[in-house]
Write a protein that binds this ligand. Sequence first.
Ligand SMILES: [Zn+2]
Ligand SMILES: [Zn+2]
Length: 273
Amino acid sequence: MPVVIVENDTSQWEDETGAVYHFPKRYQNFLKQGAEVIYYKGRIKDKSFASERLSSDPHYFGTARIGKVYKDSQSSKGDLYALIEGYTRFEKAVPAKIDGRYLEEIPENRTSNYWRDGVRPISKNNYDLILGHAVLIIKNLETHHSVSNIDPLDFESKNEGSKTTYFGTRYERQKDLRLKAIAIHGLSCTACGFDFERVYGEYAKGFIHVHHIVPISSYGEDKAVDPETDLVTLCANCHAVVHRKREETLSIDQLKAMLKRQLASDYTPDEHL
Ligand SMILES: [Zn+2]
Ligand SMILES: [Zn+2]
């Protein structure tokens, strides 16, 4: 069954459109891997988001598919999150209502509270109807183009905000994988536990490097990157050490073993503070 998923302009989750979607446990039967979804936004509440939306009115703005679903370890209520695959944005907003009629059929027993739901299963007919009004912007993030010529270091935070380093499909693909890797592995260093926000405060919030465990050169032509198994989050120091020698990339276990050895000796990095 296709599903409409609501994205709020601001949310506690900091969801990333087209990459990661958080949701309460009660929706887990609707958001299973492989489910077709349509993205929806309700009426604008805060005008400052106007430029980030296709419309201020309630509207649909893209289509995608649910990828792997994970438990949100940060949540005490059993919330989940899904990786989003094949996100395709609409060129223009598809209004929730056209010619006075909603494109979503509202069940009779739900007329008073239907729009409150953040996740709404819809019929195939409704799904086709909404898509029928949409002009898709096909970016083709899905095609597993060769990644063999990507510099192993290009997953780093320098990509954040600077579209000059990488552009087009490759940039988007990288950004997408980066967001998924962070959702899965978190923002602290997998090897040493360093957390930029905890140490530097708000200014460094969200900063972390994303490292490819599998050396790029060993990838086949069509091997897609799995953010869960192929990527890991590292602090800038650990990442630099992993790539210290050109001919060899250390494994995370090797790195952890090194850290442990050094900690066992009497070196304390904070001594001079
Ligand atoms: Zn580290
Ligand atoms: Zn790396």
